[in-house]
Design a protein around this ligand. Structure first.
Ligand code: LMR
Length: 396
């Protein structure tokens, strides 16, 4: 049976890491996958995570299964981070959260839920978006369309195109939005634009699905949640797919969340029972460790304060690298204006490099970036900056 199987194409992002690992050229640089690196080029385990793990090793009472939708204490932490402690959707029990294996797991369960319960709904994706979004929702058999988002001419947001396209959506359609640090463009909605988008969704009966994988990487935990909270003030129902891969550095623990906000506590319970049915037939119940780390940190004031400091350090280093990147490109002889890179937010720089230039960077210089021209700024260091910028100037 297997003899006729043809190889699948490599993954647009994780496939780069596979190719990078096989590359034996010295000085190779992997700026593909969105993983934070410190100034020495390492992806550290946060000190707060180490401390939480130490406590867990000493106190964890059992390895028995978690509930299908995970530990309620974890769900409570997720909801407080998303909406702020005591927010009305929490107080009124209108939110239900599942602990999922990563943000990707949350997206897939959301897709399975939509396919099973809202089969007529079309999912609208921004143009561009994370390349795995269409793959995940195609696998879940959710029909998709695109809405205008990135304006190539200005390197900013084409909000008019976004509103115009979404005004063509039908009631009951779902709109995928990036909560902050849009992947790959780094271009986010302003507070006013979130509110305006919320008005359109309310008026047309559209359901927002917020992919919130980078909370804390733009300005801070509270600041980055303003868009989501503005939506929650405008529409009665929404879905949030969260991830602690980046802000807790828990990439390989696969610790994500899927939150449904419904119009009432009873509706939230009914929806959650459907979500649990999808989870059970997919991965049954979540891995415990990553969620326990997050709950341990967020239920301890001192550890939480320390973690905010660690997060700020990551965010500040990335922003420092953005400025240095723009400066070094100019120093190395780039004549075009790259200052837009300092206006982008989050882990990525949407460089404007085309597919051919991306290919040359990889073939000639062993520099790996995503085909869309997306560069992981969080992987830049003072050590690899000169080499990268010289290579970019050469391919421009
Ligand atoms: C990325 O966009 O690089 C990250 O979200 C990691 C991934 O799974 O693609």
């Amino acid at each position: 049976m297997f003899d006729a199987i043809q190889p699948a194409p490599p993954d647009a992002i994780l496939g780069l890491t596979e190719a990078f690992n096989k590359d034996d050229r010295p000085g190779k640089v992997n700026l593909g996958v969105g993983v934070y690196k410190d100034a020495s080029g390492k992806t550290p385990v946060l000190a707060t995570v180490k401390e939480a793990e130490r406590r867990l090793v000493e106190t964890e009472p059992t390895k028995s299964y978690k509930p299908i939708d995970g530990d309620p204490a974890y769900g409570a932490c997720v909801q407080s981070m998303l909406f702020g402690a005591g927010h009305a959707v929490i107080a009124d029990k209108r939110a239900a959260t599942s602990h999922t294996p990563g943000g990707t797991g949350a997206l897939r369960v959301a897709g399975d839920y939509l396919h099973a319960n809202h089969p007529g709904a079309t999912l609208w994706l921004s143009d561009e978006t994370w390349p795995n979004h269409p793959s995940v929702f195609e696998a879940a058999e959710v029909p998709m369309k695109r809405y205008g988002y990135f304006d190539k001419a200005t390197g900013g947001l084409n909000f008019d195109a976004m509103l115009e396209d979404l005004s063509k959506a039908s009631s009951g359609d779902v709109v995928l939005l990036h909560g902050c640090c849009h992947n790959p463009t780094g271009v986010d909605l302003s507070a006013e634009q979130w509110a305006k988008a919320g008005d359109l969704f309310a008026q047309k009966g559209l359901l927002p699905l917020v992919d919130f994988a980078y909370q804390g990487f733009a300005q801070g935990i509270e600041e980055d949640a303003q868009g989501l909270r503005a939506l929650a003030a405008k529409v009665p129902e929404l879905i949030v797919c969260g991830s602690f891969s980046k802000n807790f550095g828990l990439y390989n623990e696969r610790v994500g969340s899927l939150t449904f906000v419904a119009g009432s506590a009873d509706t939230a319970k009914a929806v959650q029972s459907q979500v649990k049915a999808r989870i059970r037939r997919n991965y049954s119940n979540p891995p415990a460790h990553g969620g326990a780390i997050v709950s341990t940190i967020l239920n301890d004031d001192a550890l939480t304060a320390q973690w905010h400091g660690e997060l700020a350090e990551m965010r500040d280093r990335i922003n420092g690298m953005r400025s240095l990147f723009v400066q070094t490109l100019a120093d190395k002889g780039a004549t075009q204006d790259f200052s837009f890179i300092t206006r982008q937010r989050g882990m990525f720089s949407y460089s404007g490099l085309n597919k051919d230039q991306v290919g040359q960077l990889r073939d000639k210089h062993a520099v790996y970036i995503v085909g869309s021209g997306r560069i992981n700024v969080a992987g830049l260091t003072e050590m690899n900056m000169d080499y990268l910028c010289e290579a970019i100037v050469e391919v421009l």
